[in-house]
Design a protein. Structure first.
Length: 257
């Protein structure tokens, strides 16, 4: 399974999954149709599935046009998003599995950003391979999504599921927010040498207009404050005495950053 990262709108990423053996494709969170159609045309591939993580317009905006071009496409999304994702046909819950190419994805229910958010985790099929996590706006490189429909406790539980995935899992998130996320992270975890090194690398990459995605679960656990709510240094930085309180205060600080 090959993953193509397609920039869209101002800072979105769409992910096109390609199976070279059958020359079929699936797309994760098509914010708009054109980048997807352009990529499919270059590959001369047939789109067979749309994997939506949540209902926000900048993740589903291309569904309708893609269905017009490929009428047989199956549209997947979370069961809690019934009625909110255009043309949704498959309603997924925690623990469900979907297949594409030679890979199978486990569905993780990760509410917080929205009440119906899900993530797709493709486990590796060989020890030397990477897992692939398509997590929408739940986990970002260096950050996490805003709480539009969920609570801090829900988001903490959702991020805990993602943090527990293997370190060699690539993180394909919905937006290019990494630089600003790391700028915030330095305000609360500034003595973290891994974070300092990552910030320098990301700053250089963005100065060259290079993408910072994918990340990895291992890197996020070292440098993302929203996966480090139980670190003593972070709890001290926000004057907290409990993990949920630490996370809640971090999220409020980031909202105002």
């Amino acid at each position: 399974m090959q993953v193509y990262r397609l920039p869209a709108l101002s800072d979105n990423y769409i992910y096109l999954l390609h199976d070279p053996s059958s020359n079929t494709a699936a797309v994760v969170d098509p914010a708009e149709a054109k980048p997807v159609l352009d990529c499919l045309r270059k590959l001369q591939a047939k789109l067979i599935a749309i994997f939506n993580t949540h209902h926000h317009q900048d993740h589903i905006g291309g569904n309708g046009e893609l269905l017009q071009a490929f009428p047989g496409v199956l549209v997947y999304g979370g069961a809690e998003d019934r009625g909110r994702i255009p043309e949704q046909q498959v309603f997924l819950q925690e623990g469900d599995r979907v297949s594409f190419a030679d890979r199978e994805a486990e569905i993780l229910f990760v509410p917080g950003h929205t009440r119906g958010h899900i993530a797709y985790y493709f486990s590796p099929i060989a020890p030397q391979e990477m897992g692939e996590l398509f997590c929408g706006d739940t986990l970002f490189a260096g950050g996490c999504g805003r709480l539009f429909e969920g609570t801090p406790a829900q988001m903490l539980e959702s991020l805990s599921k993602l943090r527990d995935l293997p370190a060699n899992t690539r993180v394909w998130c919905g937006h290019e927010y990494t630089l600003k996320n790391l700028q915030f992270a330095l305000t609360v975890d500034g003595q973290n040498p891994e974070l300092q090194a990552r910030f320098a690398e990301v700053k250089a990459a963005r100065s060259r207009s290079e993408p910072t995605i994918p990340s990895s679960i291992g890197l996020e656990k070292q440098t993302n404050p929203f996966l480090r709510w139980d670190e003593l240094g972070l709890s001290n930085a926000v004057e907290s005495n409990a993990p949920l309180q630490t996370f809640t205060r971090l999220r409020k600080m980031k909202d105002q950053f």
